[in-house]
Design a binder for this molecule. Structure first.
Ligand SMILES: [Zn+2]
Length: 492
């Protein structure tokens, strides 16, 4: 029989492994040849490893023992052994499940406060950030980094960093964003975008899926870990501004300010598929181009006296899309979709009445280019096409770059952090996730560009940037459970 007691005296006793008195934990069989351990989380494994090594040394000296068997259910006994109480993962998951109503009311309180960047005509995320800070209780530190808006200096863009400190190096960060896109055509909304409604297991409202789901799920995932109980990495929430436009005053600012380090782990829940079965580990380059066409306005009956900018614009648009698709045809299996995409998106209104030929028009392309291509090369090509059409039509054509974001190196998928994430997802959603590359535009790319690994995961509902955006309550809860599991694996 082997006993493990709470101190170093441990293995001096004769042969039954026990954790704290009279709690037999290790059935031993003389027939078993292996030292076998099974633990439901990495954290248990790490904590048990010292005991296991000691037990291993012990049984090495005592030939009648051939195995040590340690069961997952022992974590709570191990906590006794450490002399302080650490909540079991099961208890935390249960608490998350029973917090459904609180999660709904926090989400609704947040959604009622608009959070649109000045570039999209809004007043920023300040008021929403204040509200979200009210939800953060029991953290060791809550830091707020407000950054002056470049376009509208009277607006401060708020970033919240909340931490529960661990004794080890590094922090497991969940990065979510406060801002939303514009609601678009209000007539398309069945319920008003800022008046959230709970219906059929969903919360409807602007920003519920993108990115309210991540804000709320990460808060509830970290809420039930008691302060002072984290023996390894810290838990960190970064709830940031300016994701939907530039990220300059959001995550990029925080990275440049040196607030993150090489031992940190970055999870960005800002993209996902239904069922949560995909983790994005790479992104495409993102390029936003604006084509401005200047012709000459004239009366609808006398087109020969002017130059219809709208007509030139339409022809140019079709031509440029065709030629971009031909010039950049690569297919990469990692990505969804596998090809580069060239989509016309924003365009301006032309003239107020049907009998005026417009003298000016502009349209924008949203381009997601596979990382194998050079975005600068594409911009030069688009400008060439513009110059060709300028020559051909006599209109003045300007091609400008509204945004250009290079994609960083795909994130590592063999290290312990990724495996912990993968296992956390599998244990909650019941299926091992696939790794993929996506069209891009999340905070994760800024981490990749800075040389870190970042993983994009959440359970997607597919309604983001659309009227009647909603968040599935079941996704909100299961995302929180996945993040809690991950915290438990890497921080406890
Ligand atoms: Zn988003």
């Amino acid at each position: 029989m082997i006993y493990i007691m709470r101190s170093e005296r441990v293995l001096k006793r004769p042969p039954v492994l026990r954790i704290r008195p009279f709690q037999p934990v290790i059935p031993t069989s003389r027939k078993q040849q292996d030292v076998w351990t099974e633990c439901h989380s990495l954290s248990c494994m790490a904590r048990y490893s010292r005991i296991m090594r000691a037990a291993g040394r012990y049984i090495a000296k005592h030939p009648r023992y051939t195995s040590v068997v340690m069961r997952p259910s022992l974590s709570k006994h191990y906590n006794l052994l450490r002399g302080h109480s650490i909540m079991r993962l099961e208890d935390i998951l249960k608490k998350i499940e029973t917090s459904r109503d609180d999660m709904i009311s926090d989400m609704m309180a947040m959604i009622r406060i608009p959070a649109i960047g000045p570039l999209n005509g809004g007043k920023g995320e300040g008021l929403r950030a204040d509200k979200v800070t009210e939800f953060l209780k029991g953290y060791d530190s809550i830091e707020r980094v407000d950054v002056k808006d470049i376009h509208e200096p009277t607006v401060l863009r708020p970033n919240i960093l909340a931490k529960k400190k661990g004794k080890g190096k590094g922090t497991v960060w969940i990065i979510s964003h406060l801002d939303t896109v514009l609601p678009g055509d209000l007539d398309e909304w069945k319920t008003p975008p800022y008046e959230p409604v709970v219906k059929d297991g969903r919360i409807y409202g602007l920003g519920t899926e993108d990115n309210g789901q991540a804000v709320i799920s990460s808060i509830y995932a970290s809420k039930f870990f008691d302060r002072g109980t984290l023996t390894r990495k810290s838990i960190g929430l970064a709830i940031v501004a300016d994701e939907e436009t530039t990220s300059t005053m959001g995550i990029e600012h925080l990275i440049n300010a040196g607030l993150f380090g090489p031992d940190d782990v970055f999870i960005v829940p800002d993209w996902g598929v239904p069922g949560g079965t995909m983790v994005a580990v790479a992104e495409k380059h993102l390029i936003w181009l604006k084509f401005a066409i200047e012709g000459k306005q004239t009366h609808g009956s006398t087109p020969q006296k002017g130059l219809n900018a709208y007509r030139v614009s339409a022809k140019l648009l079709v031509d440029v899309m065709d030629r971009l698709e031909k010039k950049y045809p690569d297919n990469d299996q990692l990505f969804r979709p596998q090809v580069s995409t060239f989509e016309p998106t924003k365009s301006i209104a032309t003239v107020g009445n049907i009998n005026t030929i417009p003298g000016y028009h502009e349209f924008c392309l949203d381009i997601r280019l596979l990382p194998s291509y050079d975005p600068d090369d594409l911009v030069a090509f688009a400008k060439e096409v513009g110059a060709e059409w300028e020559k051909r039509t006599g209109a003045k054509i300007t091609v400008s770059v509204e945004q250009r974001t290079r994609s960083g190196k795909p994130s590592d998928i063999s290290g312990p952090e990724f495996l912990a994430l993968r296992d956390s997802i599998s244990s909650v959603v019941g299926k091992e996730p696939e790794t993929v590359g996506v069209g891009g535009g999340t905070c994760a790319n800024f981490f990749r560009l800075a040389g870190y690994n970042a993983y994009v995961w959440q359970t997607g509902g597919g309604s983001l940037h659309q009227p009647n955006e909603y968040c599935e309550l079941s996704n909100l809860i299961s995302d929180a459970k996945v993040f809690a599991t991950l915290f438990h694996k890497l921080c406890v």
